[in-house]
Every structure is written in C-alpha cells, then in structure tokens.
Design a protein around this ligand. Structure first.
Ligand code: F6R
Length: 597
C-alpha cells in the first residue's frame, strides 16, 4: 500500500525522507519518489524499488530542509515513472503525494482539462495538484481546503509549494500522523516511518488539514475552524508497528478485511454497478473463469454468482488444465482470469491461449500493472492492498466481491435491474465481517482443542462448497495438516470411511437453502463419533445439539455467505499453525507469486 513521509526542520530533508521510505518498504510498493524545496521545487521519481530509484536519481544529493516522499502501490494507472508520486500542477510550483482513491476523479479531470489544465498521468491523484493550482491565491492551506471540498473519496495527503515554508497535510479515510521534536516536524502515513525521531504523535482525523512548520503544527477543518489536538505517545517499537501489533502479516491481513472489502465497492456501487469495463460484454453467451489455488476457489463461487444472477452459462477451470486441453473458447466467450499477483505462470499462459482463440479476456487482479492485468483486454482491480503473508486471505474476499459486481454488471447489461436490497446487503458486509473478527478469541480456543489432529474434513454445499475447499487449503498450507474439502453430499460416496473420533469435520452450515441436508450430513458424522465444528447463522441454537463447537456468523444474502464464512476458517487455520509454532507468513515450499509452471 502507498506510503507517505514528510519533513520540515533544520536538517537536510532528503536523507531523512529516504530512510522513512525504507521503513515503509514492508507495505509493498512499485514506485518511489521525492519532492524537495531548495529555492525551487525539485522532483525525482521512478518505477522500481527504493534502492533502484535512488541509484538512478540520487535522492541523497538533494539539498533543502523540507520535502515530501512517497512509495506508490498502483491503483489507477500502471506503475511507471509518470504515474509515480509526487505529482505536480501545470506550473511545477506545487507537488503532492496521495494515499487513497479519488472516486470522482474522472469528472474532475474532464473539468480541469476543459479549463486548460494539462494532466499528464493516468492517476486519480494528479487532479489534486491541479485543483490546488486552480484555487491558489497565495494561501496554500486555503487553496488545499478549497480543492478538497471538490473531492469525493479517500486521501492521506502531503503538499509542498515552492514559495511556502510549510508542508500542508490532510486526511480523509487514509491515515496521516504528525510528529514534533524540538524545531523539527515530521509527517507520515504510518508511524514506523518517523518513529526513530519521535514517539510523540498527533493523529489527524477525517476532514482535518494541517500546516506544518519547523516545530509547529496548526490543524483546521475544511471550513477553516481551528481544531485543538493533543499529542499521544506511542508505546510500540518499530517491528511491532510494521505488523501494526499483530504477530504475523497473515493475521493482520485477516483483520484488514472489514476495511479492504470497502475498496472493491468504492465508486462502483450505486443504483447501477459501475465497473468501467472496456468494450462490450453485452453479447457474451458464455463465461469461462480460469485461475489457480485460492483464486480458483473464488472462481468456483463466481460460477454460482454469474449463473444465478446474470443467467449466463459459466464454466471454471484450473489454469494449468485449461491451457493444455485445447479449450473450446472463441469469439462470443468472455474468459475471466483471476490472480492476486497477476503474474502466475499458468494463468498467464491460459490468458495467451484464450486470446489466440479470439475470446474476450478480462483480468480480476490485485497488483496493478502486473503482466496479466496488462495483457487482458479489460479488467477489474480488486484493490485489496499488498498481501504479504503467503497464504491469501484479503485478496480472496475482494475477488469474491469483484465477481459479485461482475455478475450484477452482466445482469445489468442484459437490461436487468439491480436489486436495491442486494446493494444494501453488500454495503453491510464490512460491519458483518468485523463482527465475525470479534470471535477471534473463541476460534483460538477451538484451535487449541483440535490442533493435534492429523486429518480434517471440510464440507459445504452450493455456493459454500468452494468455501470448504478454501478452508481446507488454508489449513494444509500453513499448518501442514492433511485437510480435504468436499461437497457435503459427496461424503457418503467415500470420505465417510475416514470418519471416527480422530477426524474433526468442519461444516459450513448457514440457515437457508440446503440447511436441512447439511444437518443430515452432520447426523451421519455424529453417528460415527466424528468431531464437528460448525459455521452457523447467528441465532441457530438447534445446531448445538450436533456440533461440538459452533462459530456464529451474521445472517446475510445466500450469495454473500462465502464472504462471512471464510473469515473463521482463515482464523482457525492461522491459530492452529501458530499453536504449532510454524512460520505462518512463509510456509515451507510455497511462494507468493508462482511464476514457474
Ligand atoms: C493460497 C494461495 C495460492 C494462490 C495461487 C494463485 O493461499 O495464495 O493458492 O492463490 O498460487 O496465485 P495468484 O492469485 O497470484 O494467481
């Protein structure tokens, strides 16, 4: 995720900013840049690791005692030099760094272009520099306030102007902190970037802007009302902060899901679904979804969603199978490739195969500018932010929601109306995910009781059969315990032979379609003394009769249940692996991006 650092004081800014950027490296990024004021505004930025960008552009040689710097994790526009931050206005006097997403940037971009501004990047962020230029009459803070009144979306911002001895910062939905030590002032999107200089921090709230001068901070709201702020002292050390206090990145990423899921919805969910799909998908007669691993599980859920909502026949294939079986796809087919990394070798080869055959191709991708994103004709970015733990968690939930939006969009393109109730159900997901995360302690306690078993079975039906597959995959990849996922009704065709008191069986057992059948499957397991962990709908007391442990999830639309059900399964896998003292973030033999066949 993008990172911001700023400094104004008495020392040379560039070395301090560079060090701050390095502290933010763990968050993942694709480009880096810096703007320093030294009589004039000096801008250096490029694609690549901080080390590479520094080697090419020599940040260290810059003089000047104030500046801002950024690591970019692309959301709008591929990672390249022009899209890297900072961004400047037409005059080159103003430079901005931005974290977050500007939702109305297309409208603002058109407006600014009509007014004669020359916008040179593909980013949403650049418009902020031009809006400040538009409103600038000598008061930097005032022009930033006016610019931000025009903007819808999220931002953490730091701004410099060549004629001002101040840095202006602002926040709305994207964190920004300020640290003061003597006559030096620091700012950052993440405390780890400035913690070595000071532990005394001011946290900006949404809707606040601040003017930073050496050792002085003035905070106002967007209507220019002065805000009183207190310092808070951080008690954490650096290592803890990088994982935001979580023991592992995987746990942090599981907990981020109530927030990261919002990034798939942002700007896309209204009376109509707005996905900015290039070209026409109206006439598509068949959808084929292709992916590997966890992304393949999301694809299986996508099949249920597209067939049910858009009523278009949909098939799913593993990338490695698709590419070698001479698939019958061609014009009229929409082939969708799902990949968190956007670099998975089998999925990339499958994409090239589908293109050769004349099918329309779409990527559902997390990493902007990755090879699959670039080579697909059109796509949907899932905006989950960098996933550092090898086991995929928050990318999976964002992939599922992106598929839901695709299903609704396909339905809409056939002149169907999007059900308002479904839209409000989708909007309520962050809160529901949050409430499942509150069950963490209880899931930890269950993990303690089951961690010493050698085999697990995961069973689900319909749209939650892939949830069972994903629960089993999460457990096996990080705890090295053998686990199988099955459609629940398949149990009696074989796996039932395995069931005894040493076999925990995890049932996905929400109230709704198929519930009675799942209860019958649970009876069959109980009769053979199997241990049952049930994921059940809040208020279902009946299930306690059969299950040894019940983890409740909130009620939601059938189509959205995979999004709440998978959270306890991720937590269960995590705690089992952690109890076994395994390397949760880097499980043996696995890689985050599988670029070989
Ligand atoms: C499991 C996991 C892998 C990936 C798979 C595909 O937790 O992360 O199964 O899902 O290697 O990777 P992407 O989505 O990057 O194509």
């Amino acid at each position: 995720m993008c990172g911001i650092v700023g400094y104004i004081g008495k020392r040379r800014a560039a070395p301090l900013l560079l060090k701050g950027l390095r502290r933010l490296e763990y968050r993942g990024y694709d480009s880096a840049g810096m703007a320093v004021i030294d009589g004039t505004l000096i801008l250096r930025k490029d694609r690549g690791k901080i080390e590479q960008v520094d080697n090419r552009h020599n940040f260290e040689e810059l003089d000047g005692i104030m500046g801002i710097a950024h690591t970019r994790w692309a959301t709008h526009g591929e990672p390249n030099q022009k899209n890297a931050h900072p961004h400047i206005d037409c005059t080159g006097d103003v430079a901005i760094v931005h974290n977050g997403i500007i939702e109305n940037y297309m409208t603002l971009r058109e407006l600014l272009a009509r007014e004669g501004h020359s916008l040179t990047t593909d980013t949403d962020s650049e418009i902020i520099a031009h809006l400040i230029e538009k409103f600038y009459t000598g008061d930097l803070l005032g022009s930033v306030r006016k610019a931000l009144m025009q903007v819808q979306g999220t931002y953490g911002l730091a701004i410099v102007h060549k004629n001002h001895d101040e840095i202006v910062v602002a926040r709305n939905g994207s964190p920004l902190i300020i640290g003061v030590r003597g006559d030096e002032t620091f700012t950052a999107s993440d405390a780890s970037a400035i913690l070595e200089h000071t532990k005394k921090m001011i946290y900006l709230e949404d809707g606040e802007v601040a003017s930073l001068r050496p050792g002085r901070v003035m905070v106002r709201d967007l209507h220019d009302k002065e805000m009183k702020k207190n310092h808070e002292t951080i008690g954490w050390d650096l290592a803890e902060i990088e994982k935001a206090g979580f023991k592992h990145f995987m746990l942090k990423e599981i907990f981020e899901q109530s927030e990261s899921i919002k990034n798939v919805m942002r700007g896309r969910l209204g009376k109509k679904i707005k996905l900015s799909i290039k070209g026409d998908i109206k006439g598509c007669g068949r959808v084929v979804i292709v992916a590997c691993g966890t992304s393949w599980h999301a694809a299986l859920i996508g099949r249920y969603l597209i067939e049910k909502i858009a009523k278009i026949p949909t098939e799913v294939d593993c990338s490695s199978e698709f590419r070698y079986r001479n698939p019958l796809v061609g014009p009229g087919d929409l082939v969708v490739f799902i990949s968190q990394s956007g670099e998975t070798a089998d999925t990339l080869a499958a994409l090239r195969e589908a293109k050769k055959k004349g099918a329309k191709t779409m990527g559902i991708i997390n990493v902007v500018g990755s090879t699959i994103a670039r080579e697909s004709e059109t796509g949907i970015y899932i905006h989950a932010g960098p996933e550092i733990g090898v086991a995929s968690t928050k990318a999976y939930t964002n992939q599922i929601l992106a598929l839901m939006l695709l299903a609704l969009d396909l339905m809409q393109s056939k002149d169907g109306d999007v059900d308002e109730k479904m839209i409000s159900e989708i909007k309520s997901l962050p809160g529901k995910i949050e409430s499942v995360l509150q069950e963490d302690k209880r899931i930890h306690a269950i993990a303690r009781e089951v961690a010493d078993h050698n085999n697990f079975l995961y069973l689900g039906r319909g749209i939650n059969y892939p949830t069972a597959l994903e629960g089993a995959l999460k457990l096996k990849e990080i705890s090295y315990i053998h686990a199988e996922g099955y459609p629940a009704a398949e149990m009696k065709h074989g796996p039932i032979a395995l069931i005894d008191e040493n076999m925990p069986v995890v049932f996905i057992a929400n109230r709704g379609k198929g519930y009675d059948k799942i209860i019958s499957n649970m009876e069959e397991v109980k009769a053979r003394r199997g241990k049952i962990i049930a994921i059940a709908t809040e208020g279902d007391n009946e299930i306690k009769r059969l299950a040894d442990w019940v983890i409740y999830v909130p009620r939601t639309a059938d189509e959205l249940t995979p999004l709440v059900n998978v959270i306890p399964l991720q937590l269960l896998a995590y705690h089992v692996a952690d109890i076994k003292e395994l390397d949760v973030d880097k499980p043996r033999n696995l890689a985050k991006s599988v670029t070989v066949e």
